[in-house]
Design a protein around this ligand. Structure first.
Ligand code: NAI
Length: 287
């Protein structure tokens, strides 16, 4: 297995919200990054997301132009998985769908060198099931970054049934090399964070739907009343209502009725109102 010192190039599969965020922090911390998505315009959109975020850091004075330029130059976009052949570590951040993740992990297994750790950013899916699509389940680990990746300090390391302890240890070291702080969870549904967060979001949505309070009062009640930075409706919009629904459906299937997704959430997703990313969720957002 490759050690932290052997890691120069990080492959990232999926250039969406999480993938391009992970690419950005890896590039800023000196790794070369190959960022892969399925279509050119999705790759371009991920690269633009990185550039815009770096520009904001420069404008705020948190980064010099030279540091931002260096990070930009370290990220290469591609639609060809074969371009990840020289990666020393891979982080997958594609759609939260077991079949698609297993198919990508089977392909990655055939693409990268046999001692390369394959990490998944899944929010709720079983690391053990994802790993079962490969011939090297001991090299597969959960590396669950939080959104937005450049700003959130925490990373959850998730240990599958067959994950080698040395691989879990490398996952902690890699996340820490990006300036993150980690904790570890067993491969149980939702891990630590989403097992507890998703019912909190669901209850906020139900409280609104059942007329307990207006949306801003629910969010203010929770931020001011429990000292969290965002209330449940704001946070659901921020995460993406489709991502929340996928997570709740996985937890519901695994853990039973107490994790049933609210039907208002299902209706919003069916209507295409997915939160900030589509301009409308529980709240309306400008451009
Ligand atoms: P997203 O929908 O923004 O991006 C997913 C990207 O993966 C899309 O650009 C899509 O085209 C791409 N993709 C799909 N199949 C692919 C393939 N075979 N090869 C390469 N790219 C492919 O999703 P997001 O929000 O970035 O989520 C990604 C993962 O991170 C999911 O597993 C999600 O559960 C997890 N996650 C999401 C968080 C959030 O707040 N959005 C927080 C923590 C984890």
């Amino acid at each position: 297995m490759r050690e932290l010192d052997d890691i120069d190039t990080v492959g990232i599969v999926g250039a969406g919200t999480m993938g391009h965020g992970i690419a950005q922090v890896a590039a800023l911390d000196g790794y070369d990054v190959v960022l892969r998505d399925v279509e050119d315009e999705l790759v371009e959109s991920g690269l633009s997301g990185i550039h815009e975020s770096l520009d904001r850091f420069v404008t705020r004075g948190d980064l010099s132009e030279a540091e931002a330029d260096d990070a930009r130059e370290r990220v290469t976009g591609t639609t060809d998985l074969a371009d990840l052949a020289d990666a020393d570590l891979v982080v997958e951040a594609i759609v939260e769908d077991m079949d698609v993740k297993q198919s990508v992990f089977a392909d990655l297994d055939d693409t990268v060198a046999e001692d390369v750790v394959l990490a998944t950013n899944t929010s709720t899916l079983s690391i053990t099931s994802i790993a079962s699509a490969t011939d090297c389940p001991e090299l597969v680990v959960g590396l669950h970054f939080m959104n937005p990746v450049p700003l959130m300090e925490g990373v959850e390391v998730v240990v599958g049934e067959k994950t080698d302890p040395a691989v879990a240890s490398l996952a902690h070291d890699f996340a820490e090399s990006l300036g993150k702080s980690t904790w570890e969870s067993d491969d149980k549904p939702g891990f630590v964070t989403n097992r507890i967060l998703m019912p909190w979001l669901a209850e906020g949505i139900r409280a609104y739907d059942e007329g307990v309070a207006e949306k801003p009062d629910i969010d203010r009640g929770m931020t001011l009343g429990t000292n969290v930075p965002m209330g449940p409706l704001e946070l659901a919009d921020h995460i993406g209502l489709d991502i929340c629904l996928d997570a709740m459906e996985t937890l519901h299937a695994e853990l039973g009725d107490r994790y049933q997704p609210p039907y208002l959430l299902k209706r919003k997703v069916e209507a295409g109102d997915l939160g900030k990313k589509t301009g409308r969720g529980f709240y309306e957002y400008g451009d």
